[in-house]
Write a new protein. Structure first.
Length: 367
């Protein structure tokens, strides 16, 4: 099978899936980016036929015509049996639809809808258009599958739930160091900061946590919306927080995961998250909220705890339980790592994805 993987967003996911697919099939990976995805290029397998195309200008700029001509040329030259791309919701993706529609098309929707606090009509419009042009659709969980079917009126047999896998684990693990040890009192909130991530509920949980575990510290690592509103929430309790309000490089991120005791996702809305598999890769238990398809990748009481969203006390109690019980933390961390390697390995995800490709090819033949 000749597979073309295309990334306009979610470069890490696209690259690692292409690597796994290339073990058995011929894969061309085409990334369209405003700038090079940096260290992620280091993990591209030599068997993958890789092409990096610079987006540079907005989709409506005349210079973009050259980019789309290059895309068409590379697709025509490769003659793929199927094209697989990752959908984010940008105009660039909408402009690519005519370039791909000649071939069987599989689209992965990492988000089915916009999240609370970042509602974007344009992204939803693009998703709708891409959905109509796709032979088969992949989402990262059963709950998302049902939402996709309901929102876009897609027959169930065309929507496939394949979990996110070892998302971004490899680029972080590259920097793991044997001399960095866990701090038994560190609580890590990692990644993009936006309203739907529920950071305010972790901040509200802090006094409850530190009353029970006085040495506990909450590490907030990431950037996104204006952080001032969270600084106001923290107020005079700043000594109980360690804040890194910027985009975290992989090397620094690896150290944060290694030092943390528990990784917390207090989200009030979500589709899925790459933070959970990354935590699993470092053998860390997680505390997550029951939103989106995130609970589908957490075995409650075994790899972490699943709690209700917007419940700071439940969040605090789950964290306290883990901080006070090192044996439980270690056991959950080992369970998490085992789950990552068995249930979410890229080889397993590639196998399931290939079945979707075959179905898309059959769909195209029937047109």
């Amino acid at each position: 099978m000749r597979i073309m993987c295309v990334g306009v967003w979610f470069f890490d996911y696209t690259i690692q899936l292409a690597n796994a697919l290339s073990k058995k099939d011929v894969v061309r990976l085409m990334i369209l980016a405003n700038k090079s995805p940096g260290e992620l290029l280091d993990i591209i397998d030599k068997k993958v036929d890789f092409h990096l195309l610079a987006k540079g200008k907005p989709v409506y700029h005349p210079a973009s015509l050259l980019l789309y001509k290059n895309v068409v040329d590379k697709v025509s030259e490769f003659k793929p049996d199927v094209i697989h791309w990752q959908v984010g919701g940008s105009l660039a993706e909408l402009a690519l639809v005519p370039c791909f529609r000649k071939y069987p098309l599989v689209s992965t929707f990492h988000d089915v809808s916009s999240h609370i606090g970042e509602e974007r009509w344009l992204a939803d419009f693009v998703r709708c258009c891409v959905r109509k042009s796709s032979d088969e659709v992949i989402v990262h969980g059963e709950k998302l599958r049902r939402e996709m079917m309901r929102k876009y009126n897609i027959p169930g047999e065309r929507v496939h739930a394949i979990h996110i896998g070892e998302h971004e684990v490899a680029p972080f693990k590259k920097y793991e160091k044997d001399d960095i040890k866990e701090d038994g009192n560190l609580i890590l909130f990692f990644g993009r900061i936006w309203e739907y991530k529920g950071l305010e509920y972790l901040i509200k949980a802090e006094p409850i946590i530190t009353e029970e575990v006085s040495a506990a510290k909450i590490v907030i690592a990431g950037t996104g919306e204006n952080f001032k509103k969270y600084e106001k929430m923290i107020g005079n309790r700043r000594e109980n927080f360690i804040i890194h309000n910027y985009r975290i490089p992989y090397e620094e991120g690896a150290e944060l995961f290694q030092r943390s005791s528990v990784v917390v996702l207090p989200y009030i809305d979500a589709s899925q998250s790459g933070v959970v598999p990354t935590a699993y890769g470092f053998k860390k238990p997680v505390v997550v909220t029951d939103v989106g398809s995130i609970p589908e990748i957490v075995d409650n009481g075994k790899t972490g705890f699943v709690i209700p969203p917007r419940d700071s006390r439940a969040l605090a109690e789950a964290i306290i339980k883990l901080l006070k019980d090192e044996k439980l933390r270690k056991e959950m961390g080992e369970n998490a790592y085992k789950k990552l390697k068995e249930d979410f390995s890229w080889d397993r995800i590639a196998e399931r994805t290939i079945e979707v490709y075959k179905k898309a090819m059959d769909d195209a033949k029937g047109k």
